[in-house]
Design a protein around this ligand. Structure first.
Ligand code: ARG
Length: 592
């Protein structure tokens, strides 16, 4: 290769080292070269530490061509064509580490790539993500429950919505077609209670379902204290699932009330997701269970239909002893449908870590049933788990009265705090513009606070922390972007396009590091997609801003000697930042 062609730096280096490996060891196809960022910036940009491992492997096989890993590393370097312009330096250190320092020409040339965006503003080039074989993914996320205690959709569902949406965007970014599915809980026991309760209190036929939360509470009290009512509630679920017309109508009303609440949240978050709730799969369940019985994967046990996974003694119950279907029955049918009808080759579920066992069991059943086998590559299944949302008091995030916090008020609170803080600062924005900026900033702050933690850990919800101007927050990122934008506005370079590597000089070390950071973007997206960890992109976005601010602090841009080149570098930074924002679901601000 003579350039990355838009591929990640890591893949490009890997390929180059493999080719050199083929020269040194002809016919040896199994050599694997791992490339990583250099831990010590003074030694190089990237590094390859594989010489030691390869040496050991060869030695095991009695191959004694090299006397130590160091000489093997030297030979690899020698085999990399000298005429390529990638490197300023390739050096062996210690027992056989290869440190890679990119040339300034290469950095400039690659930084120019950022200017060649497609019409929608995304880099065309990263789309040919090498290792990815999946073409169509289903992402099952958000998925709140209708008519439950937390009918308002609680913070756990907010996490799922935010993390899931970023995963969808990252996948789309690398060229995967994504089907977003909202697997809402619209079919469980809670409906039996509600329907039975409604029957008693709504004599007139034009009774309107309004305050679902209140109705849920009332019916729950009756359910827990009145045996007769309990029986009626259970019977109502069975009738509903069997298609009773009157119950179905009431059920539709209930769902509609919830749906409107949910829609408002999705609008605020700018999330567009297809609702396909549990009820959708009802018609498929009997056939899917029959198949599993036939294949001897599901078996009768104590009257219930169960699936026993290898080595696990608690079974997955997929039909209750009274014959009714449950959460697992639905998930089995849904998985079958997504593979067979939607032809997805990657299915991703985003829920709290507590559901890991459930999904492991479902995945195990699917695998044993042979659903995952395809002629060209298998279907991949992933459970993307996340931890709890905690309050600053170290307990589960709740309101003072112990209720779950309604999401609408949570987002509004973040926005109103942003407005206060914006008003407190000097700004040229009009009142309307301030309102608008705080709307964007508040939502961004909530999303970013969630995404920037490793999702598997619990995270503490704190307005102070997420709105900290100097911290690793969306507010800091948005301010940095606005700063660059106002600089570019003063430079009047909107219509200018850099044409050649001579337009980017990269003389100063700060310029060089900024260009290198910009180039790491495809590596980062690659690793986000590989491990489904949005926090990696947050770390990167933050480091891009920090690197930019360091550069800006020490390199004069406007009116300086390198004005033209440095303006292009600023522009490349702004474009890269917006790419990150797009995947994180953050709307950019241009003035603050
Ligand atoms: N409604 C479920 C809950 O709130 C999440 C559903 C996740 N998706 C799935 N296919 N099971 O816990």
């Amino acid at each position: 290769p003579v350039s990355t062609g838009g591929d990640s730096l890591r893949s490009t280096m890997k390929l180059m080292f493999s080719q050199a490996g083929n020269v040194v060891f002809p016919g040896e196809s199994s050599l694997d070269f791992e490339i990583a960022e250099c831990s010590n910036r003074a030694l190089g940009d990237y590094q390859c530490n594989s010489a030691m491992k390869i040496f050991a492997e060869l030695k095991d096989r009695g191959d004694t061509r090299f006397k130590n890993p160091r000489s093997l590393a030297e030979a690899i370097i020698q085999a990399i064509p000298a005429e390529n312009s990638f490197f300023e330096k390739l050096a062996v250190a210690g027992p056989g580490f290869i440190n890679i320092t990119f040339s300034r020409e290469f950095l400039a040339q690659e930084a120019l790539r950022v200017f060649h965006c497609s019409a929608d503003g995304t880099f065309e080039t990263t789309r040919k993500f090498r290792k990815l074989t999946a073409k169509r993914a289903v992402v099952d996320y958000s998925s709140p429950n209708i008519a439950k205690e937390m009918q308002e959709m609680h913070v756990g569902h907010l996490r799922s919505t935010i993390i899931g949406e970023t995963i969808c965007r990252a996948l789309e970014f690398v060229g995967v077609e994504v089907i977003r599915l909202n697997h809402v809980g619209d079919w469980g026991t809670q409906f039996g209670m509600l329907l039975a309760h409604l029957e008693d209190i709504s004599e007139s036929s034009d009774f309107e379902v309004k305050n679902l939360q209140e109705l849920y509470k009332q019916s729950k009290i009756r359910f827990d204290s009145d045996e007769d009512f309990k029986k009626r509630a259970r019977a109502a679920v069975v009738h509903l699932q069997a298609g009773d017309k009157h119950l179905k109508e009431k059920w539709t009303d209930i769902c509609e009330v919830s749906r409107q609440d949910f829609e408002e949240i999705y609008r605020l978050l700018d999330v567009h997701i297809l609702e396909r709730g549990e009820s959708y799969y009802n018609y498929l369940i009997p056939d899917v269970l029959s198949e599993l019985i036939e294949k001897e994967i599901a078996v009768q046990s104590d009257g219930a239909l169960c699936i026993f996974a290898d080595g696990s003694d608690s079974p997955l119950i997929c039909r209750k002893s009274n014959g009714s279907f449950n959460y697992a029955s639905t998930d089995l049918a849904a998985l079958w449908q997504r593979i067979s009808d939607l032809c997805a080759d990657w299915i991703i579920y985003v829920t709290d870590v507590g559901q890991k066992k459930h999904f492991d069991a479902i995945f195990d059943a699917a695998s044993r049933a042979g659903w995952l086998k395809r002629e060209n590559g298998n279907v991949s299944l992933d459970h993307v788990g996340f931890g709890l949302v905690m309050g600053v008091d170290g307990k589960r995030f709740r309101t003072r009265s112990g209720d779950t916090v309604p999401l609408k008020s949570l987002l509004r609170e973040a926005q109103s705090r942003c407005l206060d803080s914006l008003r407190g600062r000097e700004s040229t924005l009009s009142d309307d513009e301030l309102e608008d900026a705080s709307r964007i900033m508040g939502v961004a702050a909530v999303k970013y606070a969630d995404l920037h933690n490793n999702r598997l850990t619990n995270y503490t919800f704190s307005y102070e922390r997420m709105l900290d101007l100097k911290g690793n927050t969306a507010v800091y990122l948005l301010y940095t972007h606005a700063r660059i934008s106002s600089l570019l506005e003063r430079a009047h370079t909107q219509d200018l396009e850099p044409l050649s590597i001579n337009d980017l000089v990269l003389k100063d070390e700060f310029e060089r590091v900024l260009a290198l950071t910009i180039m790491k973007f495809p590596d980062v997206v690659e690793s986000v997609v590989q491990d489904l960890l949005p926090s990696r992109l947050c770390d990167y976005t933050y480091s891009l801003c920090v690197t930019f601010n360091e550069f800006y602090g020490s390199c004069k841009v406007l009116g300086g000697e390198q004005e033209r080149s440095r303006t292009f570098l600023c522009q490349a930074t702004a474009i890269s930042l917006r790419q990150c924002f797009h995947i994180l679901g953050i709307e950019p601000l241009y003035r603050l």
